[in-house]
Design a protein around this ligand. Structure first.
Ligand code: A2P
Length: 271
């Protein structure tokens, strides 16, 4: 008698893929960035997020997966992420120790609302970010379509300390110096930085800078107006709620992928 064949092991078509870490860079003791290989079949829209993670520490442990905004643009052949380090965070306490050549889990599907398609056409695009909330905008601002759709693209980044601005500042500098996109960005991209806990030319939360009119003064543009302005917001839950209320007070309406409108929000990764 022959033994019945063992049942074929079910392969989950949605299971995360194992990708290789390419580069890691530590910006401050709280912030780091890394890039990983991108599977050829992995498609996403600039501004979306994906689940990434690490296998469980012990045999049989479930992997630890968290939502991360993809910081690289959709045309790039690698995937880039920007992360906070939380000493006792279930994922980042381990993730901050990764090195080139290590393996990371990447889910197959990306999602998110900080995408150009969730907004109706407008003249100016504002991207309001705090801390690691700049990550999805690092993607959107490197996408040529952003400059096709808007006359002016405004990135604001507010952090506690100056060192936390370096990732974004380096990014816009390299964009301006890039032979391909430099010309497209010239005169269109504005990058406004402010700090809340150290001296800096521009001080204060983004909400304060909007309310006082200082932001619009810096830019030389009128206050927010639903006729002309579109907004993306990314930061902590409190930052989102406060900024959203403010944006709504100017008459802008929240949009989504299924119902594009004037502004969209998303919480940045923590933990
Ligand atoms: P502040 O220093 O006044 O708290 P965090 O690292 O806590 O996410 O903060 C990042 C930046 O976001 C800080 O500059 C912080 O300012 C600012 N921030 C925190 N909460 C809000 C809020 N409710 N509205 C606007 N900005 C905020």
């Amino acid at each position: 008698m022959t033994a019945a064949p063992a049942p074929a092991k079910k392969v989950n078509p949605n299971a995360p893929t194992l990708e290789t870490v390419l580069e890691v860079e530590h910006f401050t003791d709280r912030l780091f960035g890394f890039s990983i290989t991108r599977p050829p079949a992995f498609r996403f829209r600039s501004g979306e997020f994906v689940m990434i993670g690490l296998p469980g520490e012990n045999e049989g442990d479930r992997p630890i997966m968290r939502a991360y905004s993809i910081a690289s643009p959709s045309w790039d052949e690698k995937l880039e992420f920007y992360s906070i380090k939380v000493p006792d965070g279930p994922l980042t306490s381990r993730l901050q120790k990764i090195k080139p050549g290590d393996k990371i889990l990447l889910s197959k599907k990306s999602v998110g609302t900080l995408v150009l398609d969730a907004l109706t056409p407008g003249k100016r695009l504002y991207m309001f970010s705090t801390g690691t909330g700049i990550a999805p905008f690092a993607s959107v601002m490197r996408d040529p379509e952003t400059y096709d759709r808007y006359e002016k693209v405004i990135l604001t980044h507010t952090c506690r300390q100056e060192a936390e601005l370096s990732y974004g500042l380096r990014l816009t500098k390299s964009l301006r110096e890039d032979p391909l996109v430099g010309e497209m960005v010239e005169g269109k991209l504005a990058h406004i930085c402010s700090l809340t806990r150290e001296e800096y030319p521009l001080k204060g939360r983004i909400t304060t800078l909007i309310q006082s009119g200082k932001l619009f003064e810096e830019l030389g543009v009128p206050e927010l107006n639903p006729e002309t302005d579109r907004v993306m917001i990314c930061g902590s839950m409190d930052m989102i709620n406060d900024t959203k209320a403010l944006v709504e007070s100017y008459g802008l309406v929240e949009g989504s992928n299924s119902k594009p409108a004037d502004f969209v929000v998303e919480k940045s990764f923590v933990g």
